[in-house]
Design a protein around this ligand. Structure first.
Ligand code: ADP
Ligand code: MG
Length: 534
């Protein structure tokens, strides 16, 4: 059947791409994505400058941020972007590696397709290779025994990022922060608040006990400091509902107007009485607070912040032991959170609210300083990578050698495994082994080194039994990565390898792409990316 034949059954607005053409097109898209992120891999990777439709500028080295901001249209390319996102949410780091590996796996698969090897055979070979790679990784994994190892993990994650110059100090902060929130093994990135504040410089960043939010009290007559705070956390508005747009209020005399205003004020007064009666001395509200109500609260000596972000509200609840309340009538003293002190602090032009001495001693905030918003944003991404890595290292309890060492070792052992297989899957496992070399290759290329020489030297080392030798980009030498302290959490690699292989196999199995432009003939013409290829 051809593309033409399907015109008999498909409506006009559906276009169809079939067979090898569809495959070739999808693989090309994946390769393009891999090429884009490749130059950012590793400590010597370059940054990308992205400008969105509203003119906002982002300068970053972070794989997932680049892919998200590119607003990619191509369906297969989107699938690669999605694995970077999964990598980000599951581990918090390794997004470039995952996208690069997925693209390379598809590029290698293409060579096999040219040799008439069926996509399902390649997919099966890749599945076998992943199973074996995960088994080998468990053997190569080194248990985390000390905080020093965690610090090295953070430093490896931050090398080459905006945080590079201060990574010693920042990694200390990150490890301390995680140490404080680590209760069981159940730590997550959301337990640690990162607050950015423009001004001073990166090395002035600090770890603060308790919470900080970038808000100010809503009324200047409210106290700026409350000790022994009892904290009410609300996600409902402290305003009177605005009348529906159709509601007409007909007022024909000044008396009527007065009584209407009075009734409004009475309702606000009632609300204020409820809030005061709750025993709260501090209120954090996700929505707005009416001006009149603010005045009543100020008179009662209550500190209140409005329009607090939901994510902050959740963190405040966790830190102070309070409940998030949606109905004012339900407020009960036992639902209030507590902290030793809530204070509004002015820093330059900005206001911050500090919540110190929270009832939950595990609440911590990393206060990041930096001279511009771009620096702060990139710093935040680097710190998040570092945090994600420490948490991943603690959770899986193991690390592996970085600098391409683990990829080369896996590749070597997979080639041995391939020889144990009969049939054409063997070729796919070999292709998988070749693909893994994309990591050291990109690391070398980005540092201006010759990837061919580096790969040859690395392979020679691994053949002679040095399983942890990789490319040290501080010295540009092939060295033992463990003694150089270039290590990464095991989870970064297991996640990147499994999800890259999964998406590569999924894309390989697609041989028919149907794109609907929507039945509306006036609908905006959607670009069919499958039409533009050779
Ligand atoms: P990702 O988004 O995949 O985490 P990065 O740009 O953070 O991408 O680069 C990670 C890679 O850089 C890893 O393979 C890691 O081992 C490597 N790497 C980090 N520091 C060094 C170093 N000093 N020398 C060599 N390789 C390094
Ligand atoms: Mg990284």
């Amino acid at each position: 059947m051809t593309d033409k034949d399907s015109e008999y059954i498909l409506p006009e607005h559906v276009s169809r791409t079939l067979g090898r053409e569809a495959q070739r097109n999808n693989i090309l898209a994946a390769k393009v994505i891999a090429d884009i992120v490749k130059t950012t891999l590793g400590p010597r990777g370059m940054d990308k400058m992205l400008v969105n439709s509203s003119g906002e500028v982002i300068v970053t080295n972070d794989g997932v941020t680049i892919l998200e901001e590119m607003e990619i249209d191509h369906p297969a390319a989107k699938m690669i972007t999605d694995i970077a996102k999964t990598q980000e949410s599951e581990v918090g780091d390794g997004t470039t590696t995952a996208a690069l590996l997925a693209g390379t796996l598809l590029a290698e698969a293409e060579k096999l397709l040219e040799r008439k090897i069926h996509p399902t055979v390649i997919a099966k070979g890749y599945r076998l290779a992943v199973g074996e790679a995960l088994r080998i990784l468990q053997i190569l994994a080194i248990p985390v025994k000390s905080k020093e190892v965690l610090k090295q993990v953070v430093m490896t994650a931050m090398t080459g990022k905006g945080a590079e110059g201060n990574k010693e100090a920042l990694s200390e902060l990150i490890v301390q922060a995680v140490d404080q929130v680590a209760e069981k093994k159940e730590i997550s990135l959301s337990d640690i608040k990162i607050q950015k504040l423009k001004g001073e410089s990166v090395q002035d960043s600090t770890l603060i006990q308790g919470m900080i939010i970038d808000k100010e009290r809503s009324h200047s007559e409210m106290p700026s400091l409350v000790s022994k705070a009892r904290i009410l956390i609300l996600d409902c508005a402290l305003e009177l509902k605005s009348p529906e747009s159709e509601t007409k209020i007909s007022i024909s005399s000044p008396d009527q107007l007065n009584s209407f205003l009075e009734s409004e004020e009475n309702r606000l007064k009632e609300m204020a009485d409820l809030l005061i009666a709750s025993g709260a001395s501090v209120i954090f509200c996700q929505k707005g607070i009416d001006d009149v109500l603010q005045y009543y609260l100020a008179k009662a000596g209550i500190f209140a912040c409005r329009r607090v972000a939901k994510s902050d509200l959740e963190k405040i609840a966790k830190a102070t032991g309070g409940k998030i309340i949606s109905q004012l009538r339900d407020v009960h003293l036992s639902q209030l959170g507590s902290a030793d002190e809530v204070e509004e602090v002015r820093k330059g032009e900005d206001f911050l609210v500090y919540i110190r001495g929270c009832s939950n001693p595990h609440a911590v905030t990393i206060l990041l300083r930096g001279s511009t918003q771009h620096i702060l944003d990139e710093l935040e991404r680097a710190v998040k990578d570092g945090l994600g890595d420490v948490i991943a290292a603690i959770k899986s309890g193991a690390v592996v050698a970085g600098g391409g060492a683990v990829e080369i070792e896996l590749s070597k052992q997979l080639r041995v495994f391939a020889r144990s297989l009969g049939g054409r899957e063997q070729l796919a496992v070999d292709a998988f082994a070749n693909s893994l070399e994309c990591v050291p290759e990109a690391l070398a290329e980005n540092a201006g080194l010759d990837p061919i020489d580096i790969l040859a030297e690395l392979k020679r080392k691994h053949e002679t039994g040095s399983a942890t030798h990789g490319l040290n980009l501080f010295t540009n030498q092939i060295e033992d990565m463990l003694s150089a302290g270039i290590i990464e959490p095991l989870k970064v690699k297991t996640q990147a390898i499994s999800s890259a292989a999964e998406v590569a196999s999924m894309i390989l199995r697609i041989d028919d792409v149907l794109i609907s432009k929507g039945p509306d003939s006036n609908a905006k013409k959607i670009n069919n990316p499958y039409r533009d290829i050779d």
